[in-house]
Design a protein around this ligand. Sequence first.
Ligand code: 2YJ
Length: 280
Amino acid sequence: MTRLTADNLDGFFPKIHYLDGYLEETTGLGLRALACEAAGVAEADIDFDALSVAVVPVTSGKGVIRGFSETVAETIRSLGIDTVVTDACDVAGVAEAVSHGFDIVLMADDDRFIAVDRKRGVFSDNVWSTARGYVTALRLAAGGSLEGMTVLIIGAGRVGGTASTMLLEEGARVEVVDIRREKTERLARNVPGIVPRFDLAAAISENLLILNASPGKISGRNVREGAIISSPGVPYAFDGEGEAKAKKIIHDILGLGVAVMVVSAANPRDSHIREEIKLG
Ligand code: 2YJ
C-alpha cells in the first residue's frame, strides 16, 4: 500500500474544504452523506454533534508524516464532529485519548490505519473504508446501480482486492488488471468470479467504468471518451488528455476513506469489525 508523504498532503487535491462540493457534483452526495451511504447507515442514526474523535500520531516505522494527523482531523471536523490531535504520540497518545473519554480513536502506522470505537471495541480500517467509499462513489456516479455492468479494477492490491468483492456483491461483472501479472493471478485465485486481464492499455481503453486502486500513471491516450473513474490511487494518476476524455474522475487523497472509517466505526447498528479481505 502506498505510504502517504508530506508532499502528497501539501498538494491535497481537491483541498479538503472543496471536497464536499466536488463529491456532490460527481456523485450527487456530499462527503458526510456519501460516507453514510457507503457505511450503510442513515445520517439521522448518527448523533454527529455528540461524537468526539481523537487522532493519535504514531512514530513507529518510518515515523510521523508532517500534516497527516492534522489533515485527518480536519476531514473529520468537516463532518461536524469534534476532533483533536492528541499531544502525545503512540501508546501515551492512546492513553490520553481514552482517559479523556473520546468516542473514537484513529491511528496509523505504515501498514494499518484504523478507527476504533472505544466503547464497543469495534474498528474499521482504511483499506475496507477506502474500497467501500470509492465503490459507492462509482455506483452513484454511474447512475445508482452497477448490476450487470462491467467495472475494471486497476491494481490487484489491498484496496483493489477488497473492492473486487464489494463490486461482485453489487452484481457487477468485475475485470482486474495489475502491471504485476502475478498479483492479478493471485487475486483471481482468491476471488472466484473476477475476470483477470493482462494487457493494461487494452483493458483501460475497453472500459467505461473504472476503479483505479494503483499508484501508477494512466495515459490519457488509453482513456475512453465518457469514462467514469473512481480513483483512490495515490498519487493522482491522470494527465490533461485523460481529464478531458473522462466524464467524471473521483479522487481525493485521504478524505473519503477517513470519513467512511469514522462513520462505520460510529454506526450504532453495526458491531462488525470492518477490514480488508485476506489474500492467500
Ligand atoms: O502518524 C503518522 O503521522 C504516521 N504514522 C502515518 C502513517 C500513514 N500510513 C500510511 O500512509 C499507510 N500506508 C496507510 C495509509 C492509508 C491511506 N490510504
